[in-house]
Design a protein around this ligand. Sequence first.
Ligand SMILES: Cc1cc2nc3c(=O)[nH]c(=O)nc-3n(C[C@H](O)[C@H](O)[C@H](O)COP(=O)(O)O)c2cc1C
Length: 166
Amino acid sequence: MKPVGIFYGSTGGSTLSIAEKIKKALGKEAHLHDISETDVATIQKYDNLIFGTSAWGIGDMQDDWEDFIDSLNEVKYEGKKIAIFGLGDQEEYPESFVDGLGTLYCRLPDKSVVVGEWPKEGYDFYFSTAEKDGKFVGLVIDEHHQADKSDERIKKWAEQLKKAFN
Ligand SMILES: Cc1cc2nc3c(=O)[nH]c(=O)nc-3n(C[C@H](O)[C@H](O)[C@H](O)COP(=O)(O)O)c2cc1C
């Protein structure tokens, strides 16, 4: 597997902590970047990318992703694979569960390079913009109500990505 760039936006630290676990699960090829401290050139140098955001407001991504998102239009996507993950709270926000992930997917300029879809079974919610064709567009983590399931989910997703990535 070629190097993997993991780019996260995290307000309270939960998305950072999950990004760190994903990095560990993928091994030494994976590198962490805070989206508030990066640039297009850094994203461009990876053929394997992971973007992670939490959910805020009405379909909002985490603030630093909101600030950066337009820059994704400057990236050249040929030859790349992108996997995305999102954090949310299915009990407090069951009608907008992980909508930050849904918005991130919606704003990706080239969706043909997206890998790492994730089953929606095992979560309890009414609506999510991150759901597409009966699945989530990426890994979904709820550290508020299913923290005990996070490690297993990350492990499974990382195995999936090792096969899907370049
Ligand atoms: C004001 C506020 C709004 C939120 N809105 C949503 C939401 O619409 N959907 C959701 O699934 N989670 C929502 N959350 C939960 C956060 O996404 C969750 O706490 C996440 O773990 C935060 O991660 P971070 O600290 O890495 O940013 C909200 C939390 C707060 C405090």
